[in-house]
Structure formats: structure tokens, C-alpha cells
Design a binder for this molecule. Structure first.
Ligand SMILES: NC(=O)c1ccc[n+]([C@@H]2O[C@H](COP(=O)([O-])OP(=O)(O)OC[C@H]3O[C@@H](n4cnc5c(N)ncnc54)[C@H](O)[C@@H]3O)[C@@H](O)[C@H]2O)c1
Length: 348
């Protein structure tokens, strides 16, 4: 069992352990006096795991109910949130009750948003079941939904009261979602940890996945506690994301997954900065080798001009430019602002 303290405005603990899901009730009772607990899950995850979480919650005196929505990013919408609120109302959820997000990033983001806003805020727990949600989205308190015009445009910062990470859930996760998580894991190595990056190079990450998850969560925790509201340093977590989002957008959000797009974005931006002498020589090759090793895409079908054009609508753009995250070398990065009128000059 590994425990990580997160000292945000509302401090909480993250636990990582195989089989912890079967004891969810015990951990949740430690942080909640609730009478009722709503488990929110999607149609793929609920059949595997909802019963055991509910059984454990009942063992610790919670009355449980289950809200299941159809799996998929397309369901990350206010219409589903409204149905969630109705479920909460019908099950007499009060301000002192609790909501349990059981699933990947879509479930966590939506449940967190519903918890942040129902009755002006009720407690929620994250039980992330994808690699991406275990290393990234369940930590940091960003919650939200998509609008037809773009991803994550509506949301709130709302920290969970605890996070229970059970790496055993990865045994049922389809491979393409493992790749998604791996994109973010490589990112953490690039921006903050040469030792994590070397570990990914030398060993098979999947053989030591519990340790890898722990290292990534520690990195994200450190960044988030310094900048909970995403006004400064937290931007470094977006390494590879600006080009990644553009690649996702150009592919109509279906040809490459988010994590694959982030990995491609990391490779692309580092190729450019290495050519300019900003990044240590050989860094791009090391990222490329990792992408190959973990069976991830490493060739973008779009030109740099198409990608640049697609970045202009990026949510992270402010005023007349965009912040890019550049590597000095593996493990060291910095934020660099480039105005739109300098795009062509900089990127060629
Ligand atoms: N809040 C944040 O800080 C943050 C950070 C990164 C990403 N995100 C968000 O996370 C979302 C992506 O997360 P995701 O990739 O986990 O997506 P997801 O929740 O859609 O899960 C991916 C797929 O795997 C299935 N699944 C989940 N766990 C499973 C398991 N153990 N066994 C079998 N199937 C399982 C789901 O049903 C779904 O089909 C995006 O909406 C993104 O915006 C949020």
C-alpha cells in the first residue's frame, strides 16, 4: 500500500493498492459520516466493479444507489449531469452525503462536476479505473464537461475527499486505453523526472506499473499543490498538449486517442526545439524510441502548418498567443509564450 498526501485547499489522501476497491467502504468511512452514497459509473465499468464497491460501502453502513451512463466522451455533457442531479434528488442525497466516481476520466470529471455543483457542493471520492485517470485525471481537482464547441469548456475546481487507486482494474482495460495512459506517463518523465524516463527506457513499464503510477501521481501532486487553480506552473502538465489537441481536432477526435495525440505532440514540439538548439541533442530520439517501445504512434499525418492552424482555437490561448512547454533536456522544462504573429517565424 502506498499513500500520498495532497495538501490542497481541502487536503486529502491518495491510496494505491491492489484490491483496495474491495475495501472502499472502510476508506470512505474514514473521511465521511454520510448516510447515503451514490456510485456513478459508466456502462463498461459498472458490470465489472460496481457490485463490489457497493457491497463494501454497505458493510460500512452506507445506503447505496447506482447511476450508470453510456460509456464514451460523447456522453461528457450537461444533459447527463442533469440526469445525475435527478438521481441525487430522487435518492434524497443531502449535503452531508457522498458521491463515488467509479471509472475513467470521463466518469471522474463528470461526477466531480456534479458533486461540485449539486446543493452547492457535496463530497466525492475518485476510484479511477483507467491508466490515464490513475496517473492524471483523478488527481488535481479539475472537473467538468464538454460543450458541442469544445472539450472541458464548463467545469469547476473541486477536490475529492479521497482517491483510491486499484491497479488491478487495469486487467480489464482495453489496450488502446493503456496507450492513452502511457502517453501521459512519458510526459511526466519528460517534464520532471529523468529517473522515471530512464525506467521507462530500461524496463517494461507494465511489469512495474504500480510503482510507475505512484511516481506519476507524486509528480502531479507536487505540481498541483504549487498551483491549484492553474495560473502558473501547472501549465507544464500541458507539455505536448497544444499540438496534441490540434492533432485530435484534425482527426475529428476519432483517429488518435488523447494520450496518443499528446505523445505525438511531445515528439513534434521537441523535434522543433532540438533543431533550434533549445533542447539537448538526442532528446527527440529518446522520446521516439519510447513511443516505438510502447507501441504508440510516432508519425503525424498532418503538416506543421495544419497543426499550427488548428492550435489557434486552443482553449489555453489567451490574448494573441499561446504558451508552449519546451524541454531543455529530459526532466527539465519551461514555459515559453509565442504570439500568433511569431508562429510562422518560430515554427517555420
Ligand atoms: N481532470 C483532469 O485533470 C483530466 C486530466 C486528463 C484527462 N481528463 C479527461 O479524462 C477523460 C479521458 O479519460 P479516460 O481515458 O479514462 O476515458 P474514459 O473514462 O472514457 O475511459 C476510457 C474507456 O475505458 C472504459 N473503461 C474504464 N475503465 C475500465 C476498466 N477498468 N475496464 C474496462 N473498461 C474500462 C470506459 O468505459 C471507456 O470506454 C477525458 O474526458 C479528459 O478530458 C481530465
Amino acid at each position: 500500500m502506498k499513500t500520498i498526501d495532497v495538501q490542497t485547499g481541502r487536503p486529502y489522501k491518495i491510496y494505491i493498492d491492489r484490491g483496495i476497491m474491495n475495501m472502499a467502504g472502510s476508506y470512505i468511512r474514514e473521511v465521511s459520516d454520510a448516510i447515503r452514497a451514490v456510485i456513478v459509473s459508466d456502462s463498461n465499468v459498472a458490470p465489472f466493479y460496481a457490485d463490489r464497491v457497493a457491497a463494501s460501502l454497505r458493510e460500512y453502513g452506507f445506503e447505496t444507489s447506482l447511476f450508470v451512463f453510456e460509456a464514451g466522451e460523447e456522453r461528457k455533457r450537461l444533459s447527463v449531469i442533469e440526469k445525475m442531479y435527478e438521481h441525487f434528488y430522487e435518492h434524497n442525497i443531502t449535503r452531508t452525503d457522498i458521491v463515488v466516481a467509479l471509472g475513467g476520466g470521463v466518469t471522474g470529471d463528470m461526477t466531480g462536476f456534479a458533486a461540485a455543483t449539486y446543493l452547492r457542493g457535496i463530497d466525492f471520492v475518485q476510484i479511477p479505473t483507467t491508466l490515464l485517470s490513475q496517473v492524471d485525471s483523478s488527481v488535481g481537482g479539475k472537473t467538468g464537461v464538454d460543450l458541442p464547441s469544445g472539450k472541458n469548456l464548463v467545469g469547476a475546481f473541486w477536490q475529492p475527499v479521497t482517491v483510491l487507486i486499484d491497479p488491478e482494474t487495469l486487467s480489464t482495460l482495453p489496450k488502446k486505453y493503456m496507450n492513452d495512459g502511457m502517453g501521459e506517463i512519458i510526459k511526466y518523465g519528460c517534464i520532471k523526472s529523468p529517473s522515471l524516463f530512464e525506467k521507462l527506457e530500461k524496463e517494461n513499464a507494465f511489469d512495474i506499473i504500480d510503482d510507475i503510477i505512484y511516481e506519476c501521481v507524486c509528480i502531479k501532486r507536487d505540481v498541483v499543490v504549487n498551483d491549484e487553480r492553474d495560473r502558473g506552473e501547472r501549465a507544464i502538465l500541458n507539455f505536448g498538449h497544444t499540438f496534441g489537441h490540434a492533432i485530435e481536432k484534425l482527426g475529428g477526435y476519432s483517429s488518435v486517442s488523447h494520450g496518443e495525440a499528446v505523445a505525438l505532440g511531445s515528439l513534434l514540439i521537441t523535434g522543433i526545439t532540438e533543431n533550434k538548439g533549445i533542447t539537448e541533442e538526442g532528446t527527440t530520439d529518446r522520446i521516439l524510441s519510447l513511443l516505438k517501445k510502447y507501441d504508440m504512434p510516432y508519425k503525424s499525418e498532418y503538416t506543421i502548418h495544419q497543426i499550427l492552424e488548428a492550435t489557434r482555437g486552443d482553449k489555453k490561448s489567451s490574448g494573441k498567443g499561446l504558451n508552449f512547454i519546451f524541454l531543455r533536456e529530459i526532466g527539465t522544462c519551461f514555459i515559453n509564450r509565442i504570439s500568433f504573429d511569431k508562429f510562422v517565424e518560430f515554427f517555420g
